[in-house]
Design a protein around this ligand. Structure first.
Ligand SMILES: [Zn+2]
Length: 136
């Protein structure tokens, strides 16, 4: 169990790191482009054409178009969200079963994990169940 939790945590860390890097790249692109397009009457099309034409020079002969950087930023961000979603899934699949109790009909049912709201399988009400027991 410990191993899975650790994997989940590193998955989250990796996901957040990707999201963070993606946001930084996007922010840098916008930071670079904004002063050049903010005066334009149509900011979005100005931004689009600016991204398509402007080269970003990293030095040492390495340069990328801003649109490439934008795509990379969005891609890394999407990857981060994907990793986050995957980490969540690993957790819920390997999660312990919990026994939930319906506050209305007082019946119990087993669930993969405790959630704030759930549909009671007995009275079909959308309830806020209380956690009775956490088992394996
Ligand atoms: Zn119920």
């Amino acid at each position: 169990m410990k191993r899975i939790i650790r994997r989940r945590k590193s998955g989250y860390a990796l996901g957040f790191a990707f999201c963070f890097v993606g946001l930084i790249v996007l922010f840098a692109v916008l930071w670079n482009a904004w002063p050049n397009v903010s005066d334009s009457p149509d900011v979005f099309s100005a931004l689009g054409s600016y991204l398509l034409t402007k080269q970003f020079d990293f030095g040492g002969g390495v340069s990328l178009k801003l649109i490439d950087l934008t795509i990379i930023g969005v891609g890394v961000l999407a990857l981060g969200f994907f990793v986050l979603a995957l980490s969540r899934q690993i957790f819920s699949v390997s999660g312990e079963n919990v026994l939930l109790k319906c506050p209305y009909c007082k019946n119990h049912w087993k669930a993969r994990r405790a959630s704030g709201y759930a549909e009671c399988p007995h009275c079909r009400q959308f309830v806020q169940p209380t956690v009775k027991k956490i088992g394996k």
